[in-house]
Design a protein around this ligand. Structure first.
Ligand code: DGT
Ligand code: CA
Ligand code: CA
Ligand code: ZN
Length: 586
């Protein structure tokens, strides 16, 4: 149980109390307590052990009891009774942008509805508009938000978010008065899914109005959600919310750091500041005076880097700000060896018209050459994947002839490029691969992936993976969990164990770079490094455009803290082939 866990539980109480329409002050006390505990220097467990919870400012007897109960039982009586009072459907309303707990409680009490569907109808029928304090405009706004939620969901994939964020960011950067500008939030941290897009700009006050005017009239904007002095929110055509914050140039480094997050990273940073007699917030770094932030004593910092330095750290790359080991690392080290797009020399895992790809092998190869890659590893589906045009043994042999022929032609044209013979073999229900050994042996590489029976029980899945990894012809495992982001959960597997098996046998696990998958997930970066797992950043390209998904895979690999040497397709074609041969000989 961490301080953060406690704070989150207390916030949950705060939200539910508001939904239940309970006394406002009682509710706020929980929010305050949550804030305090987030910013606490000591471990909350020490206070529990010493029975000193009530010594913490803002924690009274009753909340202290709630925390102790949470420690003991994993929940709080107050939370349980709230959950009984507040209908489950109502909690989902919190996801509707522009609708706060107060109005949720009001609508629920007045109209007696609990489901989003009912709320939608109540907005359409005019029932919401008639409620005191709401009105026609609010009802329309809520309705629009619900419609967006239904169409686009709460979160977007990385590629969808970038599609909006990049043009708007490039546009804001050029506006008159904008001195500095950066995409912040989860997108700057390369998360695999994005809630809203956060952009931070530094500008003097007199430019704010013009910048916001330009921002809200950008061609991608379909609706203005809100406009204040320092923040303006809009919605784009594909349902994304974009927040632009304009801060004073002096506040920019701290604001950028704060709004980049993650929340968990920020909490540790604030603690580090306190331990050093300072206070860090979104406005800057300040000295502490009698334990309070002394806004008259700012600590001069002109960049994020300087803030990190003042707190005993080297610059933490935004993609590492998750409180998952970055503090230990950057306290000691200045830089990390990290894979980047320019390190990628070959394209592994690509489909052609032989199975379910859109282009011929020749067209795919030409696209790779155009992009400066040195090799293309074709890996069409195997015979059991009939739905995806999997190749029969006969097809495989013909495809090999075609690849030999193409390689001949490339060579005689004087180009330095190779096409490698691969397959994406299904891992069958019993863990065997989809071709006999004599065929498997003829491939340069074999990607073993699960495409059917993804919902098998955990034990059976693990047995499939174990056998696939033990197969001497398996070069790497494809998209290990089989998840489709925001669509379908991954298989029930113990990925830590699979990583350990793969690392031991020298089998790689790909980072599938398709923005739908991003599988291996970056959260397994630590265990991958511990075990010495190898990987490969694979676009799983079904078209020429798909090759460029490598970009997203590199983002995830950087987030996982992978260095080039861990990534097989940073090797030259000669090195890669040597590595493949070396594996076969063991
Ligand atoms: P998202 O939008 O759900 O994909 O994730 P983020 O990380 O972009 O979150 P967002 O947009 O709510 O807020 C942007 C950053 O602002 C977040 O990463 C950290 C900071 N922040 C927002 N609210 C809080 C808070 O209550 N406490 C702390 N410590 N930081 C916060
Ligand atoms: Ca965000
Ligand atoms: Ca935001
Ligand atoms: Zn696949």
């Amino acid at each position: 149980m961490t301080n953060q866990d406690v704070a989150e539980k207390l916030r949950e109480v705060f939200n539910l109390m508001q939904l239940a329409g309970e006394n406002r002050f009682r509710a706020i006390a929980f929010d305050r307590a949550a804030q305090t505990i987030e910013g606490l220097n000591e471990d909350i467990l020490t206070h529990i052990d010493n029975d000193t919870l009530t010594d913490i400012k803002g924690i009274g007897k009753s909340i202290a009891e709630d925390i102790k109960a949470f420690h003991k039982t994993g929940t709080m009586p107050v939370l349980e009774s709230l959950k009984e009072k507040v209908p489950a459907g109502l909690i989902e309303w919190l996801n509707i942008s522009g609708l706060g707990p107060k109005n949720i409680a009001k609508i629920h009490q007045e109209l007696g509805i609990t489901e989003i569907k009912e709320l939608k109808e109540a907005c359409q029928s005019g029932a919401v508009a008639q409620l005191p304090g709401l009105g026609q405009k609010s009802a329309e706004k809520i309705l629009k938000s619900i419609e967006y939620l239904e169409t686009f969901g709460e979160r977007a994939r990385l590629d969808q978010a970038l599609e909006n964020a990049e043009p708007i960011f490039e546009f804001v950067k050029t506006l008159n008065g904008v001195q500095k500008c950066e995409i912040a939030g989860s997108l700057r941290r390369f998360r695999e899914t994005i809630g809203d897009i956060d952009i931070i700009a530094a500008a003097e006050e007199q430019h704010r109005d013009n910048i916001f005017n330009a921002f809200t009239s950008h061609e991608l904007v379909v609706e203005i959600l809100g406009r204040g002095d320092t923040k303006s929110s809009v919605r784009t055509g594909n349902g994304r919310q974009v927040d632009l914050r304009i801060v004073k140039p002096a506040e920019y480094p701290a604001a950028l750091m704060y709004f980049t997050g993650s929340k968990e990273h920020n909490i540790v940073m604030r603690q580090r500041a306190r331990e050093r007699g300072m206070a860090l917030n979104e406005y800057g770094l300040f000295m502490l005076k009698e334990k309070e932030t002394d806004f008259d004593q700012p600590v001069e910092t002109s960049s994020e880097e300087e803030i990190y330095q003042k707190l005993g750290l080297n610059f933490v790359l935004p993609e590492h700000r998750e409180d998952r080991g970055e503090f230990e690392f950057y306290a000691e080290n200045k830089t990390m060896e990290l894979v980047s797009t320019s390190d990628i020399r070959g394209v592994i895992h690509a489909h052609s018209t032989w199975s379910d790809g859109k282009y011929s092998i020749r067209q795919m190869a030409e696209a790779c050459i155009e992009r400066g890659y040195e090799y293309l590893g074709i890996s069409d589906h195997s015979r059991t994947a009939a739905y995806a045009g999997g190749l029969t043994i006969d097809d495989v042999k013909q495809q090999w002839d075609e690849i030999d022929d193409l390689n001949e032609r490339i060579k005689s044209s004087g180009k330095d490029f190779r096409i490698l013979k691969g397959t994406e073999s299904d891992i069958l229900g019993d863990g065997s691969l989809d071709y006999p050994d004599v065929i498997l042996e003829g491939f340069d590489f074999v990607i073993a992936s699960v495409h059917s029976g993804l919902e098998m029980p955990r034990e059976k899945m693990m047995e499939r993976f174990r056998r696939a990894i033990e197969n001497p012809y398996t070069t790497m495992i494809g998209h290990p969990t089989g998840r489709l982001l925001l669509r379908r959960d991954g298989s029930n597997i113990d990925l830590n164990q699979i990583i350990a098996w793969a690392a031991e046998r020298g089998v790689a696990i790909e980072v599938n770079a398709s923005p739908w998958r991003l599988d291996l997930d970056w959260r397994y970066g630590n265990i991958a490094k511990e075990t010495g797992l190898l990987t490969s950043i694979n676009p799983d390209a079904h078209s020429i455009e798909g090759i460029d998904d490598i970009r997203y895979g590199v983002m995830v690999a950087r987030k996982a803290m992978f260095e080039p040497a861990r990534v097989l397709n940073t090797k030259s074609v000669i090195e890669f082939e040597r590595w493949l041969k070396g594996r076969r000989e063991v």
